[in-house]
Design a protein around this ligand. Structure first.
Ligand code: TRP
Length: 337
């Protein structure tokens, strides 16, 4: 048992590779939190079928890819529990009870649901998209997480999670820790290279997004073509110079320097010099990262063993929470034998 505060976070297995914004905005922080926290990290494959479900083989492959990339990024199975959501039936088990405590109107107000269902089209949306945030609440409450590292876009889901925890506790007695959002101030918010008003994202055109599996030549080309401005002055000014500031932020996040220090280093030099240095820093990270991920993917049996170990650690916590919550609700315990 550990007396460190507990964290839980989740990542969807979408696409064939993590992108740079994901790593710098979230995963780098997960890696750092392994030391000061009792850390649980979940590949949320159940959430990955709430929109157009991927081909089964693609889903399996993506789940392994995310897991391998998280390990390559520095998650250490000895210092955190890394596991796959669908390996633990406790997630849907708790989710059901929480669904029964959620108001229809309350769920209807989730902005991500509204956005995603509008984009999917009225006849394409499944009920799973509607209950998505409640499954996310179960992911968090099962582990009695104190802190939940998330991006700004997940704040509303965390608010729902807190409300559900409080509602359950008020009705049935103290059961769940009411978690806090952990939104690190320092976490780099990386923007699209072609449209620096939008977050870098897999759902945007390729030219603006750096995938950590991109070959060096592709990374360099994408950075060289990044949209900047025409005043020619290197200065950190996210409002006035979003494209250039984004490049400074990428460099700073990868080298551990402050954006101001990077801006100072390149002030008086052309944008070309800065772009060259940013490309170099990204490639220096991406190349060994891709090699390590591939090594892990080349040994799927070992990867599966790591995930089985993570699931075992997760189950030790999750099964206790579900048993407690089910007993409090009044479900008759299953007799043994
Ligand atoms: N909805 C989150 C996202 O899209 C992923 C997620 C699922 C999650 N379950 C979670 C994040 C639990 C934090 C905690 O990023």
């Amino acid at each position: 048992m550990s007396n460190k505060p507990r964290v839980l976070s989740g990542i969807q297995p979408t696409g064939e590779s993590m992108q740079l914004g994901n790593y710098l905005g979230a995963v780098q922080n997960w890696v750092q939190m392994q030391d000061g926290y009792d850390a649980y990290y979940c590949v949320v494959d159940l959430h990955a079928i709430t929109l157009e479900p991927p081909e089964p083989e693609a889903l399996r492959q993506r789940t392994r890819i995310v897991a391998a990339q998280l390990l390559a990024a520095g998650l250490d199975p000895d210092r955190c529990a890394l596991f796959v959501q669908s390996h633990l039936p406790e997630h849907p088990q708790l989710s059901w009870v929480l669904e029964c405590l959620t108001g229809f109107g309350e769920a209807s107000r989730m902005t991500q649901f509204k956005d995603k269902s509008t984009r999917a089209g009225a006849d394409r949306q499944g009920v799973g998209l509607f209950t998505y945030p409640i499954l996310q609440a179960a992911d968090i409450l099962l582990y009695q997480a104190d802190q939940v590292p998330i991006g700004e876009d997940q704040r509303q889901h965390l608010e729902l999670t807190r409300n559900l925890a409080q509602r359950f506790n008020a009705r049935y007695g103290d059961t769940f820790v009411v978690p806090e959002a952990f939104i690190p101030k320092a976490a780099a918010k990386i923007l699209d290279l072609q449209d620096p008003t939008a977050k870098m994202s897999k759902s945007r055109p390729d030219a603006g997004t750096i995938y950590l599996s991109d070959p060096a030549s592709v990374i360099t080309r994408k950075i060289k073509r990044a949209v900047t401005d025409t005043d020619g002055e290197v200065r950190y000014d996210p409002e006035g110079k979003p494209g250039l500031s984004n490049l400074l932020a990428i460099h700073a996040a990868l080298t551990g320097a402050s954006v101001e220090a990077v801006a100072k280093e390149f002030s008086g030099q052309g944008y070309g010099a800065l772009k060259g240095a940013v490309a170099e820093a990204v490639v220096a990270f991406a190349e060994p990262f891709a090699a390590r991920s591939q090594e892990l993917l080349d040994d799927p049996a070992e990867l599966d063993r790591i995930l089985a170990r993570g699931a075992e650690r997760a189950r030790a916590v999750a099964s206790v929470t579900v048993a407690d919550a089910y007993a409090k609700v009044g479900f008759l315990p299953a007799a043994v034998g």
